[in-house]
Design a protein around this ligand. Structure first.
Ligand SMILES: [Zn+2]
Length: 245
C-alpha cells in the first residue's frame, strides 16, 4: 500500500501547503482521503490519474477538506472524461452540502448530465461500511462543520490507516487510531489551545496508549511548522511525501 500526501496544509495556506488530501493506492484500488479545495492542483502536480480514483472518503465538510470536489467532478466531466462511477463517502448531510457547493461555485453544475455516476454514501458513526475493497469505520469528533465531523479508520489490503480529520479531542480519536499501521493526525498547534483543534502536546501524551506504528502530523499552523520545535515519536507531513506500508 502506498500513501502520498497531496496536501497537508491548514485552511489558511500555512507554509504554502496545499489543502488536505491523501492518495492511497493498493494495487487495483485507488482512493482519496479528503479532497480540499486545492486537491485537483495537487493531483496534477504529483501525477495522479484522477480517473483511477474509485472512492473519495471525507472526514468533514469544511472547504479545506471537501471544497475540491466541484473541480474534481467538473474535470472528470470535461477534461479527464471519466466514464466509470465515482463513489463519495462522507458524513450525514454530504449529498446536500455537495449539491449546494457545486451550485455556489458553478451554477447549474449539480444537475448536468454526466457520463459517469456519482454514488454518494453517508456514514453513520461507528458503523463499518465496505466500499470498493476498503472497510471504513467513522468515529464522530468534536469539530463543528454543519454536519457530523469524523475520524476515519480505513482498512484495506491488510493495513489500517487512521485519519483524524480536525478534532478538539484526543479521546475521540483513540478508537479510530488504536494500533493503526499509519496514523495521520491533526497537530494544529504546539500547546496553544484553539477551539476544536488538536495540540501536539495533548496528542503526544496519548501516543503510547494509541500504539500506532507510524505517525504523520498534518494540518499544522506556522508554530508547528517551525523546525526549531522538536517533534519526537512522529513526523511532520509534507506535500508530496510518499509512505509505503
Ligand atoms: Zn475543519
Amino acid at each position: 500500500m502506498r500513501v502520498q500526501v497531496l496536501g497537508c496544509g491548514d485552511a489558511f495556506g500555512s507554509g504554502g501547503r496545499l489543502h488536505t488530501c491523501f492518495h492511497v493506492s493498493t494495487g487495483d484500488q485507488q482512493f482519496l482521503i479528503d479532497c480540499g479545495a486545492s486537491a485537483l492542483i495537487a493531483i496534477r502536480r504529483f501525477g495522479v490519474d484522477p480517473n483511477a480514483v474509485q472512492t473519495v472518503f471525507l472526514s468533514h465538510l469544511h472547504g479545506d477538506h471537501f471544497g475540491g470536489l466541484p473541480f474534481l467532478l467538473l474535470d472528470a466531466q470535461f477534461v479527464s472524461r471519466r466514464t466509470t462511477p465515482l463513489t463519495i463517502v462522507g458524513p450525514t448531510g454530504s449529498q446536500q452540502r455537495l449539491h449546494n457547493l457545486m451550485e455556489a461555485m458553478f451554477p447549474g453544475s449539480a444537475q448536468i448530465e454526466r457520463r459517469f455516476s456519482i454514488d454518494l454514501i453517508e456514514l453513520a458513526p461507528e458503523r463499518p461500511r465496505s466500499v470498493h475493497g476498503v472497510t471504513v469505520t467513522p468515529f464522530e469528533v468534536p469539530h463543528p462543520s454543519g454536519a457530523p465531523s469524523l475520524a476515519l479508520r480505513l482498512e484495506s489490503a491488510g493495513h489500517v490507516i487512521c485519519y483524524t480529520g480536525d478534532t478538539g479531542s484526543v479521546d475521540a480519536i483513540i478508537p479510530a487510531a488504536r494500533g493503526a499501521d499509519l496514523l495521520i493526525t491533526e497537530a494544529y498547534t504546539v500547546e496553544r489551545q484553539v477551539p476544536y483543534h488538536l495540540t501536539w502536546t495533548a496528542l503526544r501524551a496519548r501516543l503510547g496508549e494509541i500504539g500506532a506504528k507510524r505517525i504523520i502530523l498534518t494540518h499544522m499552523s506556522p508554530e508547528m511548522l517551525d523546525t526549531s520545535v522538536r517533534i519526537e515519536g512522529a513526523e511532520r507531513a509534507e506535500d508530496g511525501l510518499v509512505i509505503d506500508l
